[in-house]
Design a protein around this ligand. Structure first.
Ligand SMILES: Cc1cc2nc3c(=O)[nH]c(=O)nc-3n(C[C@H](O)[C@H](O)[C@H](O)COP(=O)(O)OP(=O)(O)OC[C@H]3O[C@@H](n4cnc5c(N)ncnc54)[C@H](O)[C@@H]3O)c2cc1C
Length: 521
């Protein structure tokens, strides 16, 4: 049996393998040469003290003990398997497809956007203030919304086995094995595209199909059973349909609504993106002027209750960039991403508050279950009215936002299309703006320096979660009304983030397999 030990080290010592192996041997009372294999199984930073420490847990194999078997994913060939349609190549759709292959089914993966290579070009255009391709942007295209992101791999799921398998799947497809033991693993936007295209390659190599620029615009439903989907003038048939279109696919919600297929309005969250100079967050979190060479860019996670509702930070991107995440020119929507080295001069994070059903009750009569979606859209359009040309976003210094005064100028930003000073404190709906202002003031009391002239709020962060749920049966995981339709991932309202969407995709694939077997498909 390997021995497990945890060492508390300085950041420099934790980066020095020779040093920590010597320390481990000493702790175990063995010679360093007796160590046949040492695996880091967990690494976390404890920055509560003046001098930050790294807790490093190691699994030590001594001499000829049996080593762990190398990781191997043995996907079968599914060329002749039952065809299952998967709509959307985000984490939910990709992991559903991989799991379907493991189970012997042939996924036909339909993606409205382009492959990552062509998508990169469209994204560069958006950043340059060019046109927004409604099918190829930060939300749509190979890999979905997670491809050009920070690639944080966080989940609240308690199923560690499933979580570890998801991380190992990413490592198998090219992610750095460090994600297996980091306390807060992330991949980075420079690495994600290659991993995503490797996953698509696995799908096609084993007999599945991946079809880009294939936007689903209709469902083929007979006697309350779905038998296929429409892409342009073509009909594609399959034994079941996994609908994993993400929360930006408004046309899909509208289509379901129009076809009388049940959807439900649900609470969600909206707010702003907040950006600080990274050195400011480092100095607050590490209690010193300079973070130095060995510590990573610092992050934070904040939550408070303001006037009876939660206000919280979300999708923090240390050393990152704010990006234009709209899917259409009529909106102003921002989000965040970071490269693997998290080495930009800025720290950004979503700062959002709950939006409840009563906030959009006035839209219910006209919009029915799409009322929350409409409320979200109006918020984004309001932000657009206060924006500049193209993707120039409205922004205010954090100190001014909290104090309720105009910003005459703005500090430097990571947001490439540029910013225009705007009174976010005035034009945001009261239920959002007032809570954010008092929430930020609360955070400023906890993190001295958080409310700063050097920091900005940028409008708007509106796509943190979906305002619509596509209901599914809790046992079969199938749509409550349409047989063979399996809503999955974030857009269906059952996930939030890359890993939870991936895990939901896997679960849905298992449910599809049960359904197909029960019906001999
Ligand atoms: C900039 C940014 C940064 C983010 N950073 C992180 C992070 O660091 N960590 C994290 O956990 N989460 C992050 N997220 C959120 C994360 O990306 C999502 O939670 C996750 O991608 C949801 O997965 P999904 O598969 O459910 O949907 P999506 O990823 O949204 O994928 C849906 C896919 O369906 C396709 N599609 C839509 N409609 C159709 C149609 N009609 N026909 C065919 N295809 C269609 C879309 O093009 C898209 O590719 C970030 C999001 C953004 C935008």
């Amino acid at each position: 049996m390997p021995k497990t030990i945890t060492l508390q080290l300085s950041p420099k010592q934790a980066a020095d393998e020779k040093f920590y192996l010597a320390r481990a041997a000493e702790r175990l009372g063995i010679r360093q040469s007796d160590i046949a294999l040492a695996r880091v199984i967990k690494r976390s930073i404890d920055a509560r003290q003046r001098m930050a420490k790294v807790n490093l847990s190691l699994e030590i194999y001594i001499d000829k003990e049996p080593m762990p078997a190398p990781l191997n994913f043995d996907y079968p060939a599914v060329d002749n398997g039952t065809e299952v349609i998967v709509v959307g190549s985000g984490p939910a759709g990709l992991f559903a497809s991989l799991r379907l292959i493991e189970l012997g089914f042939k996924p036909i993966l339909l993606e409205r956007g382009k492959s990552v290579l062509s998508r990169k070009y469209d994204i560069a255009q958006i950043n340059r203030g060019g046109d927004i391709n409604p099918d190829s942007n930060y939300a749509f295209g190979e890999g979905g919304a997670g491809t050009f992101s920070d690639g944080k791999l966080f989940t609240r799921s308690k199923k560690r086995g499933d979580y570890n398998k998801a991380l190992q799947t990413l490592v198998w497809h090219g992610a750095n094995p460090e994600i297996l033991y980091e306390a807060h693993p992330h991949i980075g936007t420079d690495k994600l595209p290659r991993i995503i295209s490797n996953i698509c390659h696995t799908i096609t190599e084993h007999g599945g199909k991946v079809l880009f620029e294939s936007r689903v615009s209709g469902f083929v439903v007979k006697n309350n059973r779905i038998t296929g989907v429409k892409v342009g003038d073509n009909t594609i048939e399959g034994a079941a349909v996994v609908l994993a279109t993400g929360h930006s696919a408004r046309d899909i919600y509208e289509l379901l609504h129009k076809e009388g297929i049940a959807i439900e309005a649900k609470p969600f969250a909206m707010g702003v993106r907040i950006e600080h100079p990274q050195h400011l967050i480092d100095s607050i979190q590490y209690h010193r002027a300079e973070r130095g060479e060995w510590l990573p860019a610092a992050s934070y996670s904040l939550v408070s209750q303001e006037a009876g509702r939660g206000v919280y930070s979300f999708c923090m991107c240390p050393g990152g960039f704010i990006v234009p995440a709209m899917t259409d020119t009529r909106q102003s929507v921002v989000n965040g991403m970071s490269p693997s080295g998290r080495n930009s001069a800025f720290a950004n994070s979503g700062l959002v508050t709950e939006v409840r059903l009563e906030d959009f009750a006035h839209l219910r009569e006209e919009w029915g279950e799409l009322a929350g979606l409409r409320y979200q859209q109006l918020f984004e359009e309001l932000a657009r009215e206060h924006s500049g040309e193209r993707q120039v976003a409205p922004a205010q210094r954090v100190s001014d936002f909290v104090a309720g005064r105009a910003s005459k100028s703005l500090p430097r930003t990571s947001y490439i299309p540029g910013l225009t000073p705007s009174r976010l404190d005035e034009w945001m709906p009261e239920n959002i703006g007032a809570r954010l202002r008092s929430g930020i003031a609360t955070f400023g009391r906890r993190m001295k320096g958080f409310v700063s002239d050097e920091a900005i709020v940028v409008g708007v962060e509106s796509r943190t979660s979906t305002p619509v749920r596509i209901p599914r049966d809790s046992e079969t995981l199938m749509h409550t009304q349409i047989e063979g339709l399996f809503p999955a991932g974030e857009g269906a309202g059952y996930a939030g983030g890359i890993v939870s969407a991936a895990l939901d995709g896997e679960r849905i694939a298992d449910a599809v397999a049960r359904y197909c077997k029960a019906h001999n498909f």
